[in-house]
Design a protein around this ligand. Structure first.
Ligand code: SAH
Ligand code: TYD
Ligand code: ZN
Length: 410
């Protein structure tokens, strides 16, 4: 979505904003492509901005949603065993607010990783998922799924057909949506008077603390904080009643909201506000410093990779995450530095990484061709990956990690 005609206004509050840095031209992070498509590859200038007024960290321009979410979407939630456990636990925290007769709506329900926990309990549920191929996996599992983008109009239709919902839930999708006011209006329409909203997304606080700039890519219009969520939902008379930090996706935050003055507010909410003030998440200067940190991280990582290549050693990437698209494109990492990226997603195999065109190879082939070094793009799954790939280290392989700081293991 091109924001230039709007003279760079905040997606949330319409306040004038300007970028604090540019990552340069970026491709679609999940557009793993064939050779013949290289010449037509789409790029956009990725520029983050911070809105002084509503404290939202956001991308100024974003590709059209249909360019990112379609019937050939490459991200399948179910690829991680630990994420499967995570969503089971998430569903349990939702259950505390609902009962057997409640209606639960999830947006960005993907392959059904979360909703299967409600379907198994025979709780009335509906997933809203615009990417038809991942939605098909959920439908096959018996999860009620509507292939569509959620917005206010769709919320009205859902209410007409099903009545109001008791719980609105979302994971790693609220931050994807530039027309976020229409989403919160939709939530307002959808949930009943004592309805609950629970969603989680990668957390701005972690990104700033650890310089995990790879959380910034086309799909992530926003990196939320408690302050920005408060301001966004406050416009629609809803308030934060609880908040919980999560380890997933390298550091996420789960937000619990309800209509104002309907539920008690956990003291954790105030604690997070205070911590965010201390971290500078409400201060523009923090982002000027963040820009310098990104540049330093880029230079340090490139130096390590180039030194290894000078010694004549080989490097492969591990896990073709969306996040890796930002790292490879911003740092200029291509096949001069890494030979290929090993990954578990069949849809990515035989294709090439967005922008930098590094071959994506099935992870089963890793053990047949151990490189000297493996650059871990899936650091958020390090526990799972290290357990699976013990032999790599035993045979002398070394991991290159860049979160929370750049280092070589093994
Ligand atoms: N909730 C899952 C999937 C996150 S990926 C998980 O946490 O693993 C984000 C998903 O949101 C994608 O499947 C994408 O197709 C979907 N999505 C994007 N925009 C959406 C919108 N406006 N409404 C509903 N889903 C959307
Ligand atoms: P994730 O961090 O969820 O991706 P994103 O940055 O897109 O949010 O990681 C998912 C990718 O990591 C997916 O392409 C599969 C890959 N992966 C592996 O290759 N091996 C693994 O053991 C795991 C857990 C993921
Ligand atoms: Zn704003």
């Amino acid at each position: 979505m091109n924001n230039t005609e709007k003279e760079k206004k905040c997606w949330v509050c319409d306040h004038a904003i300007s970028p604090f840095m540019s990552f340069g031209d970026m491709p679609i992070a999940n557009n793993f492509l064939n050779k013949e498509d290289f010449k037509d590859e789409y790029f956009f200038e990725m520029e983050p901005a911070f809105c002084e007024n509503c404290k939202s960290f956001q991308l100024i321009n974003q590709p059209e949603p249909e360019k990112m979410f379609h019937d050939n979407y490459a991200f399948f939630s179910g690829t991680s065993v630990l994420m499967d456990k995570h969503f089971k636990k998430f569903s349990e925290s939702v259950l505390q607010y609902i009962d057997q007769d409640s209606f639960v709506v999830e947006i960005g329900s993907n392959d059904g990783i979360m909703l299967k926990n409600f379907a198994e309990r025979e709780i009335k549920h509906l997933g809203i998922e615009p990417s038809a191929n991942v939605a098909a996996v959920a439908k096959e599992r018996g999860i009620n799924t509507l292939v569509s983008f959620f917005n206010k109009e769709l919320a009205e239709q859902i209410v007409k057909e099903n009545g109001k919902a008791k719980a609105f839930i979302a994971a790693n999708v609220m931050c994807h949506i530039p027309y976020i006011n229409s989403i919160v209006e939709g939530i307002d329409t959808l949930i009943d008077e004592d309805g609950i909203v629970i969603f989680e997304d990668p957390y701005l606080g972690d990104v700033i603390e650890k310089t995990t700039y790879d959380q910034i890519y086309d799909e992530h219009t926003f990196l939320f904080s408690a302050h920005s969520v408060k301001n966004l939902f406050g416009k629609y008379n809803m308030e934060l009643i609880d908040i919980e930090h999560q380890e997933t996706h390298g550091g996420s935050m789960r937000y619990y909201l309800s209509r104002k003055n309907t539920r008690p507010i956990n003291k954790r909410v105030e604690e997070v506000f205070l911590k965010e003030n201390q971290l500078g998440l409400t201060n523009h200067l923090t982002f000027v410093q963040f820009k310098d940190n990104c540049e330093r991280y880029r230079n340090n990582l490139l130096e390590i990779l180039k030194d290894i290549k000078k010694e004549g050693k080989s490097i492969a990437g591990y896990a073709a995450t969306s996040k890796s698209t930002t790292i490879t494109n911003y740092c200029g990492i291509n096949t001069d530095l890494i030979d290929c990226i090993y990954d578990t997603t069949p849809l990515k195999h035989g294709k090439f990484s967005p922008g930098t065109h590094i071959p994506i190879v099935p992870h089963e082939e890793f053990k047949d061709n151990y490189p000297d070094y493996a650059l871990l793009f899936g650091y958020n799954h390090s526990k799972e990956i290290f357990a699976k790939e013990k032999e790599f280290e035993e045979k002398g392989g070394k991991w290159i990690i860049y979160v929370p700081e750049i280092r070589v293991l093994g």
